[in-house]
Design a protein around this ligand. Structure first.
Ligand code: CA
Length: 226
């Protein structure tokens, strides 16, 4: 497993490298210390995971991530952020980060997040799945409705994939958090509703006529026809 760490603080980069390469983990770490070099490395090398600092010289982490996703690269990204505000976290996830970790972090937590991300990206491999006129490709992380590609953030993609896998079944907000987010969100639980609204605009908004995402009062949501 090859991991690219884009982090300008030498001390932090060293801690991460040691933590991930310890005990014959099978991980090999490459470090880049600014955004421009990191993006270059990410697009030319083959990595299984990128650990990306938010604040970087030459090009900030969010821009690196945006450029990476715009180029169609869907490699899992764990974002490191010194800030802990909701807006900042949402911005990172919206831009296409798969998970984030607030600095300072515990080594054990970093190791657990890395394992989870790599495991999840492996699980994602599989055939195209679908429901009604929705199609989801778990390999390239793209979704279509009636053959129109939907422009989705990483979180929105995970949500629509989750809905399709659980079509015609009521899913609670907690189910959505457990399966589409990487940590509990009690503190800002209305984020799920905010994301459902984003997703509805894209999946059920014009030009599509038939609504697929329905609210089930006091329970949650369901993906179904009619
Ligand atoms: Ca930094």
């Amino acid at each position: 497993m090859k991991i690219l760490v884009i982090e300008d603080e030498k001390r932090v980069a060293t801690i991460i490298t040691k933590a991930l390469e310890a005990n014959d983990s099978g991980y090999r770490v490459t470090v880049s210390n600014n955004g421009v070099a990191g993006l270059q490395q990410a697009t030319t090398g083959t990595y299984d995971l990128i650990i990306l600092d938010r604040g970087l010289p030459k090009m900030d982490g969010l821009t690196v991530l945006r450029k990476l996703r715009e180029s169609g690269n869907s490699i899992p990204v764990l974002m490191l952020t010194a800030k802990s505000e909701t807006d900042d976290i949402v911005a990172g996830l919206d831009t296409g980060a798969d998970d984030y970790l607030k600095k300072p972090f515990e080594i054990a937590e970093l190791q657990a997040r890395v394992r989870a991300l790599i495991r999840r990206s492996g699980q994602d491999l599989g055939a195209i799945i679908g429901y009604a006129d929705l199609k989801v490709d778990p390999i390239i992380h793209k979704a279509w409705r009636a053959d129109t590609e939907l422009t989705l953030s990483a979180t929105e993609y995970r949500m629509i994939a989750y809905f399709v896998r659980n079509a015609e079944t009521v899913v609670t907000r907690q189910d959505i958090v457990d399966n589409c987010w990487n940590e509990p969100l009690e503190k800002f639980s209305n984020i799920v509703d905010v994301y459902i609204n984003y997703l509805r605009k894209k999946v059920d908004g014009r030009p599509f006529v038939k609504k697929l995402i329905h609210t089930v009062r006091n329970q949650g949501y369901i993906l179904k026809e009619g």
